[in-house]
Design a binder for this molecule. Structure first.
Ligand code: E4P
Length: 230
């Protein structure tokens, strides 16, 4: 499963990229608006940091012609860019037109298997079911993901399923078990994936025992420690 960060914050993208396990990012108008930076400059800097990783950038028009125009513009900025298009009838028309021009799209704001079926048939590169936002209204986000993955398998659709609006590590693990192609998550959730109290406790004991026995260990490499949180 590919890991994307759901952020437009360059510090988070830089920090995430350093681990070498990041495959890309998703942004949306809300995330970009928080950064207070020119959109093009921000997206191009993200492409530079991610060196070949995918950068999802979203259109804000809601008519087909506008989405196609914006999609062409976004895709012309950098080959790493995938154009996010909202799940609207006009959006599905735009996805098909952009696909025919070889432009990759991500159909976003997907909340039903029927919408995901249309996105795949239109030739979307990614489809983004929003799990957390469904959970928020007491519907089953993971259930939706399971249905979409099942339908895509039945018909061998090439559209990749990008599990979005993920809020905690269990969402990521369940998405992996279901077989999502990609999980996108806030930086905070990405950090949580590293953590386990038994890892911390185990390491503490190893280091204490090592320090106690130092004298008898002969010539050893001096241990170093990273800065807090790294
Ligand atoms: C995905 O592309 C979206 O940007 C994102 O996952 C939305 O998540 P939210 O529901 O936490 O805003």
């Amino acid at each position: 499963m590919k890991i994307f960060l759901d952020t437009a914050n360059l510090d988070e993208i830089r920090r995430g990229a350093e681990f070498g396990v990041l495959d890309g990012i998703t942004t949306n108008p809300t995330l970009v608006a928080k950064e207070n930076r020119p959109f093009r400059e921000l997206i191009l800097e993200a492409c530079r940091i991610l060196r070949g990783g995918v950068v999802n950038a979203e259109v804000v028009s809601t008519d087909t012609a506008g989405m196609v125009r914006e999609g062409r513009e976004l895709a012309s900025w950098h080959p790493s860019i995938v154009v996010k298009v909202p799940m609207l009838p006009a959006g599905i028309r735009a996805v098909r037109l952009l696909r025919d021009e070889g432009i990759r799209t991500n159909v976003t704001l997907v909340f039903s298997p029927a919408q995901a079926l249309l996105a795949a048939k239109a030739g979307a590169y990614f489809v983004s079911p929003f799990l957390g936002r469904l959970d928020d209204i007491a519907q089953d986000g993971l259930g939706l993901l399971r249905e979409i993955v099942g339908i895509y398998r039945n018909y061998h659709f090439e559209t990749q399923v990008l599990a979005a609006s993920l809020r905690h590590p269990m969402h990521i693990m369940e998405a992996a078990k279901i077989g999502a192609d990609i999980a996108t998550m806030p930086y905070k959730v990405f950090e949580q994936l590293f953590q386990h109290p038994l890892t911390d406790r185990g390491l503490e004991t190893f280091l204490k025992d090592w320090a106690k026995a130092r004298e008898s260990l002969g010539e050893i490499v001096e241990p170093t420690a990273p800065k807090i949180g790294r």
